[in-house]
Ligand binder design. Sequence first.
Ligand SMILES: CC(C)(COP(=O)(O)OP(=O)(O)OC[C@H]1O[C@@H](n2cnc3c(N)ncnc32)[C@H](O)[C@@H]1OP(=O)(O)O)[C@@H](O)C(=O)NCCC(=O)NCCS
Length: 161
Amino acid sequence: MKSLIKKITLEDEEETKSLIRQAIQSGSLTHAFIDNQKNVDRIYDLDVRPAIVNQDPVLFFELDGTNIGMTCVSTCMSVVFDFEEPTAIGVFTFIQEQFRRQGFAYRLHREAFIMLKNMGYKRVIGEILTNNSSSKDSCNYLSDALGIDYNMYGLRYECKI
Ligand SMILES: CC(C)(COP(=O)(O)OP(=O)(O)OC[C@H]1O[C@@H](n2cnc3c(N)ncnc32)[C@H](O)[C@@H]1OP(=O)(O)O)[C@@H](O)C(=O)NCCC(=O)NCCS
């Protein structure tokens, strides 16, 4: 199998939106997005497109010529706000189910970290839902493989009112 990590461009909008839709359908994104075109378009317009324009790590994982996943890490918040340390935010990563647990998310994140380091970023924050063991496993694997320190912090409070 031939694998390739490719930067996503504005010309890839249709394929990018297809993967955003699959990520919504996986039920793993925060806020329980309803699976509809409006949400796909808004996630693209508000998170993904600005990151592409900013030359941030927005990457496809291509396997034998087909895009089977993507990651979007954005530095836009560090453009909007002044943080103590330049900070990149993991927007989302998605790998199609049949291709999981083969290190593909790891390879996307490893590539994203190289790009971020070259841009002067030393801090990345991603949000993981407590019930998303695949995402936790993938991040643990990433920090072990790269030998990097990490922190797990923060709680998300939700209640019905
Ligand atoms: C979270 C998600 C992106 C992880 O993708 P993934 O490609 O399966 O992640 P990785 O392969 O890098 O995960 C590492 C796991 O694969 C294993 N792995 C890594 N390289 C491997 C290889 N070359 N061969 C076999 N297994 C491998 C690791 O051992 C690890 O498993 P372990 O924890 O049992 O050790 C994927 O499950 C997904 O798309 N989920 C839905 C969307 C989502 O939840 N996104 C995250 C929140 S935005």
